[in-house]
Design a protein around this ligand. Structure first.
Ligand SMILES: NC(=O)c1ccc[n+]([C@@H]2O[C@H](COP(=O)([O-])OP(=O)(O)OC[C@H]3O[C@@H](n4cnc5c(N)ncnc54)[C@H](OP(=O)(O)O)[C@@H]3O)[C@@H](O)[C@H]2O)c1
Length: 320
């Protein structure tokens, strides 16, 4: 056997070993309870309270419910008092936990000192930075967004600034107690530069990089910081798309994603979304960025939105 032959055998073996390890790591995602076990008392062991931003509906509401079901008292925040009060009542009645309502608008840059005062005496074990703004569910070019100046401010304040400010507020208590969990909600589409959702996807890249850096800084303090990056979840933001194997209900998504808390500093939160993330990163960007693909994406979302609207109208008609 000459040297060249040996070199190719070694190279081939290394490639096979590399993909075998990747496959093995990926296969753990099918068995989260087995591979990333969490004790029943895990959440109550990190603190008494959970704080969830954007919790009056959708994914935030589902996190508030799930954490209360796991024994935590919860602080829920959003702009609409009536909806928050209703959610607080439902959580209280279902779980027996205490729920604090904080009405706030994260677009306003001057709210944080007041929030800090209201939170200062709580032993906060979990922070879910969930609030987020998507300028338009129907994909469109940056300059085609309505009220672009306002949109830019809203996206930066809600998706970027709020997360950093909430971490600044709550992380010191966690550091002092040597424990805590911070979940920062990003989006599956942030895994690549995503045209037609450019501003939103870029804001979520900030969420991911910030979280990864923060986790590296604070993991030795007993604090878990994880980015959760879903694809489709049937909520107001996503036009209440029909629930199926790809588009999950907020409750199912949250139940799944909490099982991946120990799966690393980023998760897509469910097997299906993990697979979608892998698929998205495998498509060559040159193919994805062709006019034809982008047009098809726009048409697909428009069609889906129209279908959902007519289904809702039909159901409304039946109920009246
Ligand atoms: N749904 C999806 O398919 C999907 C996919 C990827 C990532 N995400 C991310 O998941 C997170 C939650 O999204 P979602 O789909 O659950 O959204 P959603 O159903 O639209 O709920 C958003 C929540 O945030 C609150 N909120 C919105 N603007 C606010 C503001 N300025 N100040 C305070 N509260 C505000 C809303 O209540 P009020 O309107 O009453 O204030 C509501 O409680 C977001 O960060 C989003 O980017 C969602």
């Amino acid at each position: 056997m000459d040297l060249l032959e040996l070199f190719f055998i070694a190279l081939g073996s290394a490639v096979v070993a590399y993909y075998a390890v990747k496959l093995l790591l990926f296969s753990r995602m099918f068995f989260p309870q087995l591979c990333f076990p969490l004790s029943k008392t895990f959440f109550t062991s990190v603190g008494e309270w959970a704080v969830v931003t954007g919790a009056s509906e959708g994914i935030g509401r589902a996190y508030a419910f799930a954490l209360a079901e796991r024994g935590m008292n919860v602080v829920i925040m959003s702009r609409t008092k009536e909806t928050l009060d209703q959610v607080a009542k439902e959580i209280g009645e279902t779980t027996g936990q205490i729920v604090k309502v904080m009405v706030t608008d994260f677009i306003n840059p001057n709210i944080f000192s007041e929030l800090k005062d209201q939170l200062k005496d709580l032993n906060i074990g979990v922070l879910v930075n969930n609030v987020g703004v998507l300028p338009s569910f129907i994909p469109c070019k940056f300059l085609e967004s309505e009220e672009l100046d306002k949109t830019i401010t809203d996206v930066i304040n809600c998706n970027v600034k709020t997360m950093a400010k909430m971490c600044k507020m709550i992380l010191p208590g966690m550091e002092n107690r040597g424990k805590g969990v911070i979940l920062n909600i990003s989006s599956g589409i942030a895994s690549i530069p995503f045209p037609l959702y450019t501003l939103y996807a870029a804001s979520k890249v900030f969420v991911e990089r910030f979280s990864q850096g923060l986790q590296a800084e604070y993991s030795d303090k007993g604090i878990t910081i994880q980015t959760v990056a879903p694809f489709g979840v049937s909520t107001r933001m996503a036009g209440y798309q029909q629930i199926n194997i790809v588009t999950l209900s907020p409750e199912d998504f949250v139940k799944n994603s909490l099982q991946y808390l120990r799966a690393g500093d980023k998760t897509n939160g469910s097997v299906c979304h993990i697979f979608l993330g892998w698929l998205l990163q495998s498509i060559p960007l040159r193919v994805l960025y062709t006019e034809c693909v982008l047009h098809s994406l726009q048409d697909y979302v428009k069609k889906k939105t129209a279908q959902t609207a007519s289904r809702a109208a039909l159901e409304n008609g039946r109920n009246t």
